[in-house]
Design a protein around this ligand. Sequence first.
Ligand code: ZN
Length: 253
Amino acid sequence: MSFWNFFRRKKQNLFSINQEDKNLMLTKINFYKKLNSKERLSFELQVSNFLNTTKITGIKTTVDQTDRILIASSAVIPIFAFDNWEYRNLTEVLLYPEHFDENFNIGSKSKFILGMVGNGAMEGTMILSKKALHHGFDNKTDKLNTAVHEFIHLIDKADGRIDGLIGGVKENLLVLPWLDFMQGKIRDIQKNKSDIRTYGATNNAEFLAVAGEYFFERPKLLKKKHPELYGYLSEFFNLPPALKHSSNIKNVD
Ligand SMILES: [Zn+2]
């Protein structure tokens, strides 16, 4: 019995990735496309696991298989290289058709929120704009990916606080140099001397999430333009070998 058949039989009632899903991922998910076959299998299992443990609900919109695969892939990309990671702080993703405001008014003209990690009564919930979710994967060069951004906030939140400090930074005693480094990068954005988007200058947490979008969407460009930042993020996210070797530029530590 092949591994896949065994897996299917063991989890008959559960979702598992089929060929159509794999084709979709090859077309849409650059990160997945760059992996070798063993790594792809691991990615697929993590996507299945996410979909089997997280509810996805459409609010005033439908949720199809493409939406589900894109959401799960956004969740898996930043934790792909971690050992046995589970989003313990997430039970449901609400998919809105488009942007919303802080009172959850869809299509609001006053605010343009594309994604949010819930607090208080919304604890355990993430909201994503469907338009932004798709844009994140359809445009592969703009360093923007709302869903990946929100999942980075969730990883950041695993220790109880969204503060720009994620697990690896604490274990590796990088807190002070990283805080210092972020402040410098934020100042560059404020002085208009950076190609990292302005929203990253909001605070440390937003800097981490915005830099993370850039890192996962344009790793080579980030490595070229911000080698030290690339070095930090590679450390934090434990960059998989397929991406690590995708550039000829020397690794910076
Ligand atoms: Zn954010």
